[in-house]
Design a protein around this ligand. Structure first.
Ligand code: SF4
Ligand code: SF4
Length: 412
């Protein structure tokens, strides 16, 4: 594991940080035991920076991380968690929330404490409520060690926040698709020039740059002399920037954790060749042409009061455009969102109330985009889903009758 240094303090952090917002799930719930095993596996392999927030997994993320850090693990790592501005109505809320977080995480201090998801608007609200005096107090009495902020707004607001306080660090969304989005490369350099450590979130755009990639993109990666997975290329692109301190990965699969840890053994700044960079430029251009919605799957827009699974609908809508030859995408959409398996959660349920769009850090016009999803993905759904449901019901009945006559055997 390689480590990089926090400029203002000399603290050495693993270049790979564990993002606790995408734990593995089992039967629709977080698989707590597996998540704890994964966190400990990462720590045993040298990861020493873990990033959580009260909002992740509807409050379960901090709890699970607290449990994972028992048995001596706490002293091996730095905990990063965040103050949710949407829960803050006055200055006393800040102390109340921090006290709750310390108890949930089972610790007497938060090593890296962030104002969560700052934009121009949320920053002004928190500043006017006296958040800087709160941070001074909490640092002085040792409840927090380093102060920072995570950011999803526009570049001028980012610079204003960087200049407003003696932050030790900040956290930005950065990946090869987002060079000019939010803080972007200019913001990264600006923060680094002011001696802030920069933690990077969404290095793979919520997994969109990893996993199975479209044929066109696979062909470009396959031309490279080094055989690397798309995820490794994406992470290495971020680590190539000397201004980056930690790259957070929302890891929830043991094989991916191993792969990321291996990559973090050798990803020095400036280690990509000019050929590598040219290849990544081609991949970026291809993604920009193919992808319809820039959703990262963060879930901040959820829950929708009318039951739309917003990130789920966007993921399948993107998949339909990224993998046009795969005819099963629409049936997956019917299955997952049309009510074939579980509750209905399709785009057509949207009543255009606009609540979700206000919460989206990517500033996506969600209600409008859902109209596009509806028109492209839901044709025939109201006929096909009842037919498929009827078919499933019949198959179920037949299986039960067979089991009755065969004495419980359903296979021969
Ligand atoms: S705009 Fe549509 S998707 Fe968004 S919260 Fe309202 S009903 Fe739900
Ligand atoms: S629509 Fe926006 S808020 Fe919702 S999951 Fe996607 S990126 Fe996140």
């Amino acid at each position: 594991m390689l480590y990089r240094t926090v400029p203002k303090t000399g603290d050495k952090l693993s270049i790979l940080g564990f993002g606790c917002m995408r734990f593995p799930s089992k039967s629709g719930r977080v698989d707590e035991e597996r998540a704890i095993r994964q966190i400990r596996l990462a720590i045993d392999s040298g990861v020493n920076y873990l990033d959580t927030a009260p909002a992740y997994h509807f409050g379960k993320s901090e709890q699970i991380l607290g449990k994972a850090l028992r048995d001596g693990y706490r002293e091996k790592v730095r905990i990063a968690t965040k103050l949710p501005h949407w829960e803050v109505r006055d200055a006393s809320d800040m102390d109340r929330i921090l006290t709750r977080q310390l108890a949930t995480l089972g610790t007497d201090r938060i090593d890296y404490y962030l104002l969560h998801s700052m934009t121009g608007e949320s920053w002004k609200k928190m500043r006017d409520l006296g958040v800087l005096a709160f941070l001074d107090r909490a640092k002085k009495d040792g409840r927090i060690i380093h102060a920072g902020f995570s950011f999803h707004g526009k570049l001028p607001d980012f610079k204003e926040i960087v200049d407003a306080y003696d932050w030790q660090f900040c956290q930005i969304q950065y990946n090869f698709l987002d060079e000019n989005n939010q803080a972007g490369t200019e913001g990264l350099r600006y923060a680094a020039e002011k001696n802030l450590a920069v933690m990077v979130m969404e290095p793979l755009r919520g997994g969109n740059l990893a996993g199975p990639v479209p044929d066109e993109i696979k062909k470009i990666w396959d031309e490279a002399p080094e055989k690397r997975s798309p995820a490794e290329w994406g992470l290495r692109w971020v680590w190539d920037h000397p201004e980056v301190t930690v790259v957070l990965s929302g890891m929830n699969d043991e094989a991916n954790i191993d792969e990321n840890i291996r990559a973090a053994d050798s990803a020095l700044p400036g280690s990509l060749s000019p050929d590598d960079r040219a290849r990544i430029d081609r991949v970026r251009d291809t993604y920009k042409r193919l992808m319809k919605v820039g959703c990262t799957g963060c879930g901040y827009c959820m829950p929708c009061p009318f039951g739309v699974d917003i990130p789920g609908c966007f993921a399948l809508y993107n998949a339909r455009h990224l993998f046009p030859k795969d005819r099963s995408t629409k049936f997956h959409y019917f299955g997952r969102h049309g009510g074939l398996i579980g509750d209905v959660s399709y785009a057509g349920l949207c009543r255009q109330c606009g609540k979700c769009a206000k919460a989206c850090p990517q500033h996506l016009p969600i209600p409008q985009l859902l109209k596009d999803v509806k028109s492209e993905m839901e044709g025939g759904m109201t006929v096909i889903v009842p037919v498929l449901k009827g078919g499933l019901w019949c198959m179920n009945r037949v299986a039960k009758v067979r089991a009755f006559f065969l004495g419980g055997k359903t296979r021969d």
